[in-house]
Design a protein around this ligand. Structure first.
Ligand SMILES: [Zn+2]
Ligand SMILES: [Zn+2]
Length: 339
């Protein structure tokens, strides 16, 4: 049966291709028709003819790419099935960022679920991951090594609060990815009672505004680029990871540099980032969540993509699951490791 699945859900150079529907999933190059799991750049590329995606992801793509985003968008709300060339396609929440979706495909009595990127932790900025029982599960594997066990976000934010209390005169410069991580951190800080202004690098503003338009309250935000040096003293400033190391950061007087990423588990990466305060906060599933999710789907076949594939394939085979690594190209993990 697994072999038959590979006939209608095909692994090609540019990504996964749903043959009976003539539809690509997160393709690496422009296609006539694509379904897009979420707005990160290694999944949502500009220039497709028709894009089937959630309304929020369509809005994110328009914000990032403007007129080049797609020829046209076909909105697909969560949970509403559509029939395409004999394939029933339904999007379900992936819990990764606003608008993120798993692609559920029913064809010829078989069900395949393509997870896209996902996490299982609660996130106040997006709908929670919904496990879907299936025959074939295609999972991401960004943090698919047993060494990756993400701590609770509250514990990491306590480190930030402790540092701010210890160095009240210094600003805290937090490197975060612009889509998802920035908004989630702000919302989690607000949930813990942090009600002061949060200063933003200009690159973070459009997507923060977009999240607010979609009903995610972020509280008082201010423009870090326009603010005088004195005003930033003792404040929390968010910027893309690369900006924490470039000229832009000189507007801050001796800041405490923090980074929020799943990669902060790896000491070497934290050093490369010059992160005085590494915070382990990830929008991807960790090892325990990946393996628990595979079990929950009840899949007999597992395809592993987008990351460290071998360990998860080995683990799954040990449980009698028919598993393979897809080794798709063009998956450079932009969302957690943007330079
Ligand atoms: Zn992503
Ligand atoms: Zn990704």
């Amino acid at each position: 049966m697994a072999q038959a699945d590979a006939q209608w859900l095909q692994v090609r150079d540019d990504g996964l291709y749903v043959a009976p529907a003539d539809l690509w999933i997160d393709p690496a190059r422009p296609k006539a028709r694509a379904v897009i799991t979420h707005g990160h750049g290694d999944h949502a590329r500009p220039g497709h003819g028709a894009v089937l995606t959630t309304p929020a992801t369509a809005a994110i793509m328009r914000a990032r790419y403007g007129a080049q985003a797609a020829g046209r968008f076909e909105d697909a709300a969560y949970g509403v099935p559509q029939r395409l060339g004999g394939v029933d396609l339904t999007l379900r929440p992936a819990g990764h960022v606003l608008g993120s979706a798993q692609v559920v495909l029913d064809y010829g009595g078989r069900r395949a679920v393509v997870s896209g990127d996902y996490k299982r932790r609660a996130d106040p900025t997006c709908a929670a991951f919904e496990p879907v029982a299936c025959d074939l599960f295609v999972t991401e594997a960004t943090f698919a090594l047993p060494v990756f066990r993400h701590p609770p976000i509250g514990r990491e934010l306590d480190k930030l609060f402790a540092s701010m209390a210890r160095f009240p005169e210094r600003s805290h410069l937090l490197g975060v990815y612009a889509l998802g991580k920035a908004q989630r951190l702000i919302a989690e800080l607000r949930a813990r009672g942090y009600d002061r202004e949060i200063f933003l690098h200009g690159a973070l503003k459009p997507l923060c505004r977009l999240y607010e338009d979609w009903g995610v309250a972020l509280g008082p935000l201010a423009d870090a680029t326009a603010a005088a040096k004195a005003r930033l003293r003792g404040q929390l400033v968010l910027a893309p990871p690369a900006a924490t190391r470039d000229r832009w950061a000189r507007r801050l007087d001796d800041p405490v540099v923090a980074h929020a990423s799943g990669w902060m588990t790896v000491r070497q990466r934290a050093k490369q980032r010059l992160a005085e305060l590494p915070l382990i906060v990830s929008d991807h599933a960790d090892w325990d969540e990946l393996t628990a999710t595979v079990v929950e789907t009840g899949c007999e076949t597992l395809w592993v993509t987008h990351g460290r594939e071998d360990a998860l394939v080995h683990w799954a085979r040990g449980r009698g699951i028919d598993a393979r690594a897809l080794s798709l190209v063009g998956r450079e993990d932009e969302d957690e490791d943007a330079a």
